[in-house]
Design a protein around this ligand. Structure first.
Ligand SMILES: [Zn+2]
Length: 188
């Protein structure tokens, strides 16, 4: 396991894309995106109702955006998470006779809700798992560097830190001897 391995699936290296591509995050991520889309649709329905316009083509345009279906080769979902919203979001409302400034306010509120959900359901659990692992590593590190571990009898335990630094030549030879001997005579 590597420091960069994803703590959630212990399967892949963690980068920003993996943060929501991770198999442990896919379902919540899909739900968050779906709720983002639902919020927009309900506001589009309100606007089309006010303007007395058929909402179907507007909703079709919205749902066909590539940001709703994410994959490792589709960066538009990633862009959305980073705060790059499709311009179409605003255009749809403007085409339904909603003033641009009002449209921006509505979309900002919906996007803010999305960001909160992303933090709560994707980022926080990920950080929790990461810190849990780091705590575990700290404990191991402390054990390794404690000169007198109280749980081990001192006579059978030589702390690694008390040993002189090995020279490459000597350690390689003694290693070979040990390997040769154990192959000849069997392991002790
Ligand atoms: Zn993962």
């Amino acid at each position: 396991m590597d420091e960069l391995t994803c703590r959630s699936c212990i399967d892949r290296m963690e980068d920003l894309m993996h943060l929501f591509m991770c198999k442990k995050r896919r379902l919540p991520m899909q739900q968050i995106l779906q709720s983002y889309q639902n919020h927009l649709i309900s506001k589009l329905l309100e606007a089309s109702n006010l303007a007395d316009i058929d909402p179907s083509p507007f909703i079709a345009k919205l749902t066909s955006l590539s940001c709703w279906s994410f994959s490792s080769t589709n960066w538009s979902t990633f862009a959305l998470i980073r705060g790059c919203l499709p311009k179409l979001f605003i255009d749809l409302f403007v085409d339904l006779s909603i003033p641009r400034t009002s449209a921006i306010k509505v979309i900002a509120a919906i996007h803010n809700n999305f960001v909160q959900k992303f933090r709560r359901r994707i980022w926080n659990p990920r950080s929790y798992e990461k810190s849990r692992w780091e705590n575990a590593m700290n404990i191991t590190y402390k054990l390794k560097t404690t000169p007198k571990p109280s749980n081990l009898p001192l006579s059978t335990y030589i702390p690694y830190s008390s040993l002189p630094p090995p020279t490459l030549h000597v350690s390689r030879d003694s290693g070979t001897d040990w390997l040769k001997n154990s192959m000849k005579y069997g392991l002790p």
